[in-house]
Write a protein of this length. Structure first.
Length: 179
């Protein structure tokens, strides 16, 4: 599946062949990505990225969890996806990360907007949430820019690298607010 955002940016459903780009990006940007993304520390070689991709591909059908590569001019820029989906209550969460050279270009914001549109219009979700570590200002600015509401803080909600717990801001957007 391919979601075209504009002439340069697209979201392409994750494929096993993406594991190499994912690993190379993580491996070459460990200090930058590892500050906020706990999985960076556990991603030690290409096999770890291949296992991640296989797990995403295997579970998306039954759980409405879709993972996409973010691509600019068909070059890997990051990942975005739906996770922890609850079809009974019509809610899901969006997670995302972007390679450092692709930051500050509006790519993540446009990608989140496109995935919200897909979640609300095509998959029938009523609620989308985004969680961001307190202090991760770049990540937090995305839901704020898109009209998500801050619901509160999940105290020590995520274990980051270095065995440090981070408080997590929880943002949500409802279908009627998006449409």
């Amino acid at each position: 599946m391919l979601l075209k955002i504009d002439g340069q940016i697209s979201l392409r459903q994750l494929q096993l062949s993406d594991a190499e780009d994912i690993f190379h990006t993580i491996d070459s940007q460990r200090p930058y990505l590892g500050k906020w993304l706990p999985f960076v520390e556990q991603t030690k070689d290409l096999r770890d990225s291949e296992e991640f991709v296989r797990a995403c591909i295997d579970k998306h059908e039954e759980r409405l969890e879709y993972t996409f590569t973010i691509r600019k001019n068909d070059v890997f820029a990051g990942l975005i996806g739906l996770k922890d989906s609850d079809s009974a209550n019509k809610k899901t969460e969006i997670g995302y990360w972007l390679s450092e050279p692709y930051q500050r270009q509006g790519i993540a914001t446009q990608s989140v907007r496109a995935l919200c549109d897909y979640a609300f219009r095509k998959l029938g979700f009523n609620r989308v949430q985004i969680k961001c570590a307190v202090g991760n200002d770049r990540s937090r600015s995305i839901p704020q820019r898109l009209g998500f509401q801050l619901e509160g803080i999940e105290r020590q909600g995520e274990l980051l690298s270095g065995n440090v717990f981070a408080d997590i801001e929880i943002y949500s957007l409802l279908k009627n607010e998006f449409l």
